[in-house]
Design a protein around this ligand. Structure first.
Ligand SMILES: Nc1ncnc2c1ncn2[C@@H]1O[C@H](COP(=O)(O)OP(=O)(O)OP(=O)(O)O)[C@@H](O)[C@H]1O
Length: 525
């Protein structure tokens, strides 16, 4: 079997300076990503799962050619000798700036859903789904293979969406479109980190089936590797597993030989989780003051209808949310969950609707405005994560939660000593004190999401909106986030999440699967 990538006693660094000093020995200040040298290879049509926490992403990056190998020849792509067209691609859904729809990066001005709902579409940057998959606008060398695009659209259940602008897709739809685009290119080796992230259970099966076909088909040249977290189920079509930790590749081999090891890891992981939970809860009890919920009506929607180009997304929605309630907003990808929540945050162009009231104040009556409403609201979402300025420190990032509608942090003299103390307390509770002065863009993606969660609640919002806030995080960070929200006792909380494990305890749910037909299943969770 021909080897696609081979690592031999390979060490890696992010430090470009070291790379330039070719004659340095390893005794110099070599900042190695992993403590041990790595021996590993992937051959044509093997199927690999790379399992671990944030280290699995580092390893996938290394396999895709990022980071600096030492010595340079310790990482080789033998397949490229035989085939100069051979390419390796890494697809990530959570990374610095491209989780969501690749919205505008900004430090103010745009809201997190600007690119989705802005009225005029810029045809230079936005495109229809089929063109996006075939990369037509950006890659003039690509021939538009309509049959292949159609096959991918059907396989990935994107039928009916071909004619939409890519920025108007829901998160789950967009992720499937990105997978289609990656598969369209027929890379020699395609690495996908967290391929099932943010997908509902049906979409997860759909994607897994397509990947299985690619993995098994000899007529498709692509070899597949996927990145999974320790807690994830390894799909049946994966044959080989590498378990990655700080040391490097700790174990590797056929999946069946490592099943016992994986189970041990999961058990150990569960024990550590139990200890962590106890620790966090003790700290929370010290820092979170008792408050009593009033049960007052906070949000009221009376017969909301939302249509996109005449196609209903929400029909005749009646919904009430009271102080003290925690809601799980459920439903398949594309069922209207983000649309619903964006009406509350005023990001949706149709938010100024008299049928929506917050604290009894009707919208569109001139009695409220964007800033007054958003003073009550804290939120995190994949779109916010994608556009959040990466250069702020962790402390500054959280401090922007005190300001409505801006990502410019308040200066030191604009923050009271209580506000500073509160940020420090929360960082302490989730055990991220040591990252306080680190740049947001330089900490792990999982930690970034946890920091954005702290930002969302720092100003004690009456409405806390958590749109896929804990998805794709390490289990440790999920537990920290969940513990915080489980104990949270101010106002109401609205949570979107597809994986139960990533959803804090809720007492109510609204199921949106048939929202476009005006049918909602609302009940006690
Ligand atoms: N600006 C828009 N223009 C046209 N269609 C849109 C727009 N925004 C959303 N839609 C469509 O409305 C439907 C609901 O989208 P929404 O993002 O609310 O779903 P969701 O339930 O949050 O999905 P996911 O779980 O994938 O995030 C989808 O079919 C989506 O393509």
């Amino acid at each position: 079997m021909s080897e696609l990538v081979r690592l031999t006693q390979a060490r890696f660094t992010k430090d470009p300076i070291f790379h330039k000093l070719k004659h340095q020995t390893s005794k110099t200040n070599f900042k190695s990503i992993f403590t041990n040298p790595i021996n590993f290879s992937i051959s044509h049509k093997e199927t690999w799962a790379i399992i671990g926490n944030s280290q699995k992403t580092e390893f996938l990056k290394i396999l895709s050619g990022s980071e600096f190998a030492q010595p340079a020849t310790s990482r080789l792509y033998p397949a490229s000798r035989a085939n100069p067209q051979f390419s390796v691609e890494l697809l990530r859904f959570v990374n610095n700036g491209s989780w969501g729809h690749g919205a505008h990066d900004s430090s103010g001005g745009f809201t997190h859903l600007s690119s989705r709902y802005e009225f005029f579409k810029d045809l230079e940057v936005d495109e229809k789904v089929d063109k996006f998959i075939a990369d037509i606008n950006y890659n003039s060398n690509h021939v538009f293979n309509a049959e292949k695009v159609q096959r991918l659209i059907e396989g990935l259940n994107l039928k009916g969406l071909e004619d939409k602008f890519i920025t108007t897709l829901s998160n789950g739809q967009f992720r499937r479109a990105r997978i289609a685009k990656a598969l369209y290119r027929d890379a020699g080796l395609l690495l996908i980190d967290d391929p099932f992230l943010g997908l509902d259970p049906i979409a997860t099966e759909t994607v897994s089936k397509v990947l299985k076909e690619v993995a098994r088909s000899e007529s498709i040249p692509t070899t597949l590797g996927i990145g999974l977290r320790v807690q994830d189920t390894v799909p049946d079509w994966v044959e080989k597993v590498a378990i990655v930790d700080e040391s490097g590749v700790a174990f590797q081999g056929p999946k069946y030989t490592l099943e016992k090891k994986l189970k041990e890891l999961k058990d150990k992981h569960d024990e550590e989780q139990a200890l962590l939970e106890r620790r966090i809860n003790e700290k929370l009890q010290l820092h979170l003051p008792e408050t009593s919920n009033t049960g007052d009506k906070i949000i009221e929607m009376k017969g909301i209808d939302i249509k996109y180009r005449g196609v209903p997304a929400l029909k005749n929605l009646h919904w009430e949310v009271k102080d003290g309630e925690k809601w799980h907003v459920r439903g398949r990808n594309g069922s209207g969950k983000t649309t619903l929540l964006s009406l509350i945050t005023l990001d949706h162009p149709q938010s100024w609707n008299k049928k929506i009231s917050v604290y009894g104040v009707q919208r569109a009556t001139g009695k409220t405005n964007y800033f007054d409403t958003n003073k009550f609201i804290g939120f995190t979402s994949p779109e916010l994560h994608a556009i959040f300025p990466k250069k702020l420190t962790v402390f500054q990032t959280i401090s922007t939660g005190y300001i409505v509608g801006s990502y410019i942090p308040p200066s030191a003299d604009q923050l009271s000593s209580e506000q500073v103390e509160k940020i420090n307390n929360y960082l302490h509770i989730v055990e991220l004190d040591h990252l306080k002065d680190s740049k947001f863009g330089e900490i792990s993606v999982s930690n970034q999401k946890l920091v954005l969660l702290l930002r969302s609640l720092i100003n004690d919002p009456k409405i806390l909106i958590l749109d896929e806030s804990l998805s794709g995080m390490t289990d440790e960070d999920i537990l920290k986030g969940k513990s915080l929200i489980n104990q949270w006792n101010k106002g109401c909380v609205l949570v979107i999440g597809h994986v139960d494990h990533e959803v804090p305890k809720c007492d109510k749910y609204i199921l949106m699967n048939d929202a476009k037909d005006g049918i909602y299943d609302i009940g006690d969770a």
